[in-house]
Ligand binder design. Structure first.
Ligand code: SAM
Length: 275
């Protein structure tokens, strides 16, 4: 009998993977965690039924959410990652020699444990000496911090339940205060095809706090629609081009990809010009 994992990407859209083996399935204090080995995309991690990563395509997302803000900053020494318990964003951030400290604030310790066990190639960076892991809610952690970080990255689940606060204005305001005077903030802001409402509300929320805001995009085959957006708020720098030479090894990110990610197709550009 064939075994399949299906993600309900919207109420009218599903994506299915033929499964070789079920590796892990348990409920943590916060969410249902599932790891399956699939024929097409290798191992896959889902939280509450939503795909977080697959071995085959995770690099596109993790490289774009990290190297774009880090190469737009002249000296990113202090980095905060909120969410991201799988360790993929950390793995990319620690590739930068300039980085002296990375704090990763993940609410659910079990996601970290599962990633260490089933996704060693994703979680490898968590062992880096510069990394400290806090098991806490990202909103509570960032509140009250002043001018501490060069770059803040929000690698969260969709804006429901525990992650909802990470898509709201009070959180963006706290992030603004936690950044140094030339700091950069980036968040994953979902698919413009399936969740344009989320992108719009995140963009408006970030724009209410940061003077300089951009949306950029990348390919992410196993996320809804395959086209993924990231919204970036910057206190000082124009982030649409890298300002340091690319000196890390990547499979998706290059300086050309960085620049081209900020070139938006008309259907997105027109909407942003009306905001
Ligand atoms: N790249 C993924 C995506 O876009 O679907 C996200 C991956 S990462 C596994 C997301 C993590 O955010 C989860 O492990 C979840 O526990 C964590 N998270 C959700 N809400 C959080 C919060 N309020 N504070 C800290 N971590 C949170």
């Amino acid at each position: 009998m064939e075994l399949w994992f299906t993600e309900n990407q919207t109420s009218d859209l599903r994506l299915s993977f033929r499964v070789k083996q079920l590796l892990y399935h348990r409920k943590s204090a916060y969410q249902e965690i599932l790891v399956v080995d699939t024929y097409e995309y290798g191992r896959l991690l889902a939280l509450d039924g939503a795909i977080q990563l697959t071995e085959k395509d995770e690099f596109t997302y993790h490289e774009m959410i990290t190297h774009v803000p880090l190469y737009a900053h002249p000296l990113p020494e202090s980095v905060l990652i909120i969410g991201g318990g799988d360790g993929g964003a950390v793995r990319e951030v620690v590739k930068h020699r300039e980085v002296k400290s990375v704090e990763m604030v993940e609410i659910d310790e079990e996601v970290i444990n599962v990633s260490k066990r089933y996704f060693p190639s994703v979680s490898s960076g968590l062992k880096d000496k510069r990394v400290s892991i806090k098991i806490e809610d990202g909103m509570a952690y960032v509140k009250g911090k002043k001018k501490r970080y060069d770059v803040i990255i929000v690698d969260s689940t969709d804006p429901v339940e525990i992650a909802k606060v990470l898509f709201e204005k009070p959180f963006y305001r706290n992030v603004f205060y936690a950044l140094k005077d030339d700091g950069i903030f980036v968040a994953q802001t979902e698919s413009p095809f399936c969740k344009l409402d989320v992108l719009k509300s995140a963009y408006n929320g970030i724009k209410a706090v940061f003077d300089r805001v951009w949306v950029y995009w990348g390919v992410m085959p196993t996320y809804p629609s395959g086209m993924w957006t990231y919204t970036i708020g910057s206190k000082r720098y124009d982030v649409s081009s890298p300002i340091r030479e690319c000196d890390v090894s990547t499979r998706y990110y290059t300086p050309e990809v960085h620049r081209s990610a900020f070139v938006l197709p008309p259907f997105l550009k027109e909407w942003i010009s009306t905001v």
